[in-house]
Design a protein around this ligand. Structure first.
Ligand code: NAD
Length: 502
């Protein structure tokens, strides 16, 4: 931790100072522990509602100016934020590892994702295009333009403590919005470091306060944020339980929400699949990040004719996954985030076995928050397979018919990510067709996790329907205005309506 903070130039920050005058130390303090070692990493003074008020008021004040600052110039500032993240990628990535237990490569990869979305947003700042339309009326012109939405509330989950903020904040900034960020209380240190890196760039250009950070409790700060009429969009990432509540509250005030919630992702392995490729993809997608990604692979459907070949390969690969200190060389899987997550892991395994599952690999806590990656042969329609357990547990189900496998894959409440392994053009296209996967992400011959930022990211059904990151996701952060101009001397009405007076 100290190395990371020194590298980031944050070692002399005291807990109350990082968000400037907006967040003086309060008496409500939380301890942040390293999930791998249990060591105390730091103590964070939580903001109360009065402090939240100041941060939002400041963001709204700055946004009123920022929205008129030309978009390409906003992009230039985002470019510099991307460069500032580049300069501290190693240290910030290490902090992610220390705080949430990701292995070194994944901690760095997370910061790289933030850099990538900054780069993407820079280009986007010159491409916030609207359409023009031909008017049916003579001497009229119609077009649409995209205006900034305002100040955006961003709520993030613990498992992407840096990148999910960037997906939102970098796009929102080029779109002309301010952002107020409420991170998870399980990962506040990465949020502080990330915020300070961006704030230093903003302050240099006179835009201090455009990005606000409020680390507070859900019952106080969280509830105030989702009810705040100054925030026209709440972008929330986390569990379905949280999203269901946030979505309803935000809908109740007729504002917008962008929900990125839980997944229950699956891979179908067809008889003609490249099994070596499938094995590698399955193991990374299921055990990477200790099963704590929204896109983590939770179920595989294996054609009965090849299960005898694939399952032993998976069991052997599972036996080779080195679990341990996430910053140590060669380790592929770090710890779960906390004791509650370990409990959920153990509970899911007990339930799966009680429901008829057969343990093929793993199945037990190792020590502390470390657990063994687990493979369970499931029987059809096992109730536990419908739930997202945020841990490295993979259920294996055999099938005979591709249409039935697709049906089983889709027959869950969530709809985030999915893949098929096949060398058949027909099977691949069926899987990607309208009667194929019902998920927001559908892949062929790659795993369910590790999406690139260029595509729109998100899922259907209980995953919430939001789209973040690439493609045209930026439209969620802007409001569309349709303009009709009459440059003639008549006043023709649309649809041929006549309304003559005098
Ligand atoms: P969580 O739902 O416990 O918390 C997520 C965030 O919501 C936290 O910041 C939390 O403080 C906040 N929150 C909770 N109640 C709130 C309230 N009433 N008002 C305002 N904020 C509130 O989730 P978690 O354990 O941090 O993360 C794991 C979950 O997130 C998994 O379900 C995972 O699938 C999901 N996730 C989804 C995506 C995606 O893009 N679809 C990405 C990452 C994680």
């Amino acid at each position: 931790m100290l190395n990371s903070l020194t590298g980031l130039g944050l070692s002399d920050l005291n807990p109350g100072a990082w968000a400037g005058s907006a967040l003086p130390a309060s008496s409500d303090v939380i301890d942040v522990h390293n999930p791998a070692s249990g060591a105390l990493l730091g103590r964070v003074a939580l903001a109360d509602v009065a402090q939240y008020e100041r941060v939002v008021a400041e963001a709204c004040r700055v946004q009123a100016e920022w929205r008129m600052f030309p978009a390409p110039r906003r992009g230039e500032i985002v470019r510099q934020i991307g460069d500032a993240l580049r300069a501290v990628k190693v240290e910030l990535g290490e902090l992610v590892s220390l705080e949430v237990g990701k292995i070194r490569a994944e901690g760095q990869g997370e910061v790289q994702e933030s850099i990538d979305i900054a780069d993407f947003s820079v280009g986007l700042s010159r491409q916030l295009y609207g359409l023009t339309m031909h008017s049916e009326r003579p001497s009229h012109r119609m077009y649409e333009q995209w205006h900034p939405l305002g100040t955006i509330g961003v709520i993030t989950a613990f498992n992407f403590p840096n990148a999910v903020w960037a997906w939102n904040a970098m796009l929102a900034a080029v779109c002309g919005d301010a952002v107020v960020w409420k991170p998870s209380l399980k990962a506040p240190l990465t949020a502080i470091a990330t915020h300070v890196v961006a704030e230093q760039v903003l302050a240099k250009h006179g835009w201090s306060g455009l990005f606000g950070l409020v680390i507070g409790r859900d019952a106080g700060v969280g509830e105030t944020m989702i009810r705040d009429p100054r925030l026209p969009l709440i972008s929330a990432t986390g569990s379905v339980r949280m999203g269901r509540h946030v979505g309803q509250v935000v809908a109740g005030r007729l504002a917008r929400s962008l929900l990125e919630l839980g997944g229950n992702n699956a891979i179908i392995v067809e008889p003609d699949a490249d099994l070596a490729l499938a094995t590698r993809a399955i193991v990374f997608a299921a055990a990477g990040t200790a099963g704590q990604r929204c896109t983590t692979l939770r179920r595989i459907f294996v054609h009965r004719s090849i299960s005898g070949a694939l399952i032993p390969k998976l069991v052997a690969a599972y036996g080779q996954i080195k679990v341990g200190d996430p910053l140590a060389e060669g380790v592929l899987m770090g710890p779960l985030i906390d004791a509650g997550a370990v409990e959920a892991y153990e509970h899911a395994i007990t339930t799966a076995l009680a429901q008829g599952g057969e343990l093929l690999a793993g199945g037990r806590r190792l020590h502390g928050n470390f657990v063994a990656p687990t493979l369970i042969r499931a029987v059809r329609d096992m109730a536990i397979c419908r739930e997202e357990t945020f841990a490295p547990i993979l259920y294996v189900v055999e099938y005979d018919d591709l249409a039935d496998a697709i049906h089983m894959q889709n027959d869950v409440p969530q709809g985030l990510s999915s893949s098929i392994f096949t060398n058949s053009f027909r099977s691949a296209e069926l899987f990607l067709s309208a009667k194929g996967s019902d998920c927001g992400i559908a892949n062929v011959n790659i795993g369910t996790s590790g999406a690139e930022i260029g595509g729109a990211f998100g899922g259907e059904k209980e995953t919430g329907g939001g789209r973040e990151s690439g493609s045209d996701s930026w439209k969620a952060y802007m409001r569309r205005q349709t303009n009709t101009l009459n440059y003639g001397t008549d006043l023709p009405l649309a649809q041929g309506i006549r309304f003559d007076v005098g």
